[in-house]
Design a protein around this ligand. Sequence first.
Ligand code: SF4
Length: 383
Amino acid sequence: MKPRQTREIRIGNVKIGGSNPIAVQSMTATRTIDIAATIRQVELLEAAGADVIRIAVDNPKDVTALAEIRADRPNANLVIDLQENYRLAEKVAPYVQKLRYNPGHLYHLEREKPIHEKVRYLVDVARAHGCAMRIGVNAGSVDPDKVAKYSHDDSITPMIESAMDHCAMLDDLGFDQYCVSIKDSDPNKVIDANIRFAEARPEVPLHLGVTEAGMPPDGIIKTRIAFEQLIARGIGDTIRVSLTLPFERKGDEITVGRQILDDIEQGRFRSVPRFEHKGLNIISCPSCSRVENEAFIDLAHNVREMTEYAKQHDITIAVMGCRVNGPGETDDADLGMWCAPSFVNLKRGPETIGQFTYDEILGRLRTELDKLIEEKRSVGAAV
Ligand code: SF4
């Protein structure tokens, strides 16, 4: 494995970057306001040996819940996942060791306020509380101004440029306790984006992950492909294996992550250098506090079961838990679903087909899938 050149940052009692071991992290899949369930997630992850644990916070109720979770789990290295509501940073920072923000969602609130002022606020809060930061770019929610600058075929450059811009903002503010992540559900894009970013900013620690990798074993295979290619090149200082799992199996993300690192360390490369988009590809998110309906996990598994008959067809189906990354991630899928509290949005590419109850959605998906297969057959596409 090529040595890493990144600078060292501290996340509570863990250091990443430089010659520190690659840290393995995960994120709680339950609603943060469901305090008992989220404490259980943290317990499972601590028991599995997680170095860092992320929890999503979107509103004042989540902040109150976080305080109770922290009181119950005093030793956990916690990170807060901030999306639209970045102003919660000062409320949550006293309870955590790191703040993750998504440049692609910073524009939602206070639209008249320049982005760099919002970033300055986040840096001031992080500094005041000794927190590290992560600039977390995700293919499902890239800064729309960046996306507009490039052709639809180039989804990687907008992500890299967004990350680079935010690195420059933090550098200008003299803050270096940050890392970056650039995630996509396509392992090949994760490899290409992180190699290009590391060439441009070799000193910035990287958090690696294939977002919405889906259910085991496919989700593990996709993740392993990206991690083997990047870590062998000395790229990657912390990892998250993002799997759609029943809540009680959350610790598997850590176990799988450690297994992949150990295999790479031992030179046991088990995957191919590039992800082959052959056959049915199911993308699903790991769920988090924003999940609109906890039936999402069962829905993802039922989709995989129901679509087994179509596994030889080169079709991508996305199943997402909410509107944060749901709409964006499903745009690129042949058929996409993202959850709402009492119904599921069904799309064909960027086109919305309709909203269906959790009881109706599988039947309707089957109908659309059969139509798609027939169309592919009729245009002589490879089946
Ligand atoms: S799509 Fe929504 S529910 Fe799923 S992990 Fe992302 S933010 Fe959480």
